[in-house]
Ligand binder design. Structure first.
Ligand code: NAD
Ligand code: LMR
Length: 445
């Protein structure tokens, strides 16, 4: 993604990775493309949790504004050198030096605890339609040091092939493959694959065919999810487990309940609804011509048909879109998955846009885990924001432990209020189907 597309602008303060100590430091962007006074190499930055490379002037990295000198390209400063620098600042208390020292302390405070390659991520179903592009997007993330690609030996492409392919990308991630046959149990076999994982993304499971509902997938996919979640509970209970597998509305409550029963934290189980936000954003952009940088549609409720509720009334870009057009866009957002299922004509459901959306969620989780403050993304999680609805999609803050806070849904207009009231019984029914599944199961961990 180009810096310009991300909305990075000159003069903007960002965290840039420079020097080779793998740490991000505050910097000021002076150029986002080839410019006279640019650095020889592009500098890596994080922006909204996304890694990117921009051309930044070395002078900017010296950053008069932030009082930062660039790190030596060869090594991180020794603690001794740091202490020396501090002593020097103390012995020369001119206003300029004081300000510099102050800025240095401030910069240190602002610096997120992230380092390149610090996270281990697993994609379960990693050789599938979503799994392959999602594995690629995660392998491209500089924060990912190890990527496990897990699939069954009946997958269309062997997991080993996907890992060999991704292993040649010029990124730090080491990509390893894990493959099981149908008789092998993840809980007995996936120790190496999952131990140490911070994030497990799960697009393993059957997709819909035309004429099917997502709920029709529950019988098969709940069993697949259970096998994987059981292994996570044993080998990486602290990891965020992001479930893409459908029906999200039922599989997430089922797996969270099983985690609870096993004495694990159900808040680690997160349902991925990001594709609904991605789609709604695109529809608003097309209807309004407003830049996508300025659009982030809240989509709440669940991830199936009428339970998908976009809150266009909260989006400034929608203010000039006629009410009937907004109702149409609401309907289209609900039916967008089916639009793709029908267009693929029996050969699967959304894979590429889902991989993009899954990576957006995955990157938000990693940004939170790395200590970045205020990372917000929508997700379907255990929730108390709607009375009597134990699982709900809304804006969530991701932090060092995963889901840190589930945020309220804000003010709804009349249409949205009616829709919310109508969707609630349907969502409750789907949640109950998940809880019923969990009632008869337990995790062997
Ligand atoms: P796919 O068939 O292309 O890939 C699924 C992969 O899972 C296959 O490679 C398969 O071998 C693997 N798999 C099956 N059982 C497994 C097991 N027990 N352990 C490990 N791997 C296993 O399907 P897809 O298009 O990638 O879709 C995957 C799932 O994601 C479906 O359930 C689909 O409905 C869902 N989906 C969800 C969203 C969403 O927004 N949450 C969007 C699109 C698709
Ligand atoms: C989607 O929204 O694209 C997915 O949930 C897949 C589906 O079955 O529609």
């Amino acid at each position: 993604m180009a810096a310009a597309k991300l909305g990075i602008e000159e003069g903007q303060k960002l965290h840039a990775l420079y020097g080779d100590d793998g740490e991000y430091y505050p910097a000021v962007v002076v150029a986002t493309s080839a410019a006279k006074n640019r650095s020889k190499k592009p500098v890596k930055v994080t922006y909204n949790g996304y890694p990117e490379e921009v051309w930044v002037s070395i002078d900017a990295l010296k950053s008069k504004k932030l009082g930062l000198a660039p790190k030596a390209a060869t090594s991180a400063p020794e603690p001794k050198a740091k202490a020396k620098g501090k002593a020097k600042a103390k012995s020369a208390p001119e206003p300029k030096a004081k300000a510099k020292a102050k800025a240095k302390v401030k910069a240190k405070k602002e610096r997120p605890a992230s380092a390149a390659g610090q996270f281990k991520v697993c994609v379960c179903g990693g050789a599938g339609g979503i799994g392959q592009p999602l594995s690629m997007l995660m392998a491209l993330d500089e924060r990912v040091g190890e990527l496990s690609v897990f699939d069954l030996d009946i997958a269309v492409v062997p997991a080993a092939g996907v890992a060999a392919d991704l292993g040649h990308l010029e990124r730090p991630s080491k990509v390893k493959a894990y493959s099981l046959d149908l008789k092998q149990k993840p809980v007995e076999e996936l120790s190496d694959c999952l131990t140490g994982c911070h994030l497990v993304l799960v697009p393993a499971g059957l997709p819909r065919k035309p004429g099917m509902t997502r709920a029709d997938l529950l019988a098969t996919n709940a069993g697949i999810a259970k096998g994987i979640v059981e292994a996570c509970a044993k080998f990486c209970p602290d990891a965020v487990v992001a479930l893409i597998v459908n029906p999200v509305n039922s599989v997430v409550p089922a797996m969270a309940e099983l985690y609870k029963k096993a004495g694990k934290d159900p808040a680690k189980i997160v349902g991925v609804t990001t594709l609904d936000i991605v789609r709604a954003n695109k529809f608003v952009h097309e209807a309004s011509d407003v830049s996508l940088k300025k659009i982030n549609v809240p989509v709440i409720g669940g991830h199936a048909g009428t339970t998908i509720l976009p809150l266009f009334s909260q989006v400034p870009a929608c203010k000039d879109i006629p009410a009937d057009k907004l109702v149409e866009m609401d309907k289209r957002t609900q039916e967008a998955g089916t639009e793709v299922v029908n267009a693929k004509n029996g050969k699967g459901s959304a894979t590429l846009s889902m991989a993009y959306a899954g990576a957006r969620l995955g990157k938000a989780v990693l940004a939170g885990l790395s200590g970045k403050k205020g990372v917000k993304e929508f997700a379907y999680v255990q929730s108390t924001i709607r009375e009597g609805v134990g699982y709900f999609a809304s804006k969530v803050i991701f932090g060092k432990g995963g889901v840190e806070k589930v945020l309220d849904i804000g003010t709804l207009n009349e249409h949205e209020t009616t829709r919310l009231n109508e969707l609630t019984p349907a969502l409750k029914e789907e949640i109950q189907a998940g809880l019923d599944y969990a009632a008869g199961e337990s995790l062997a961990c």
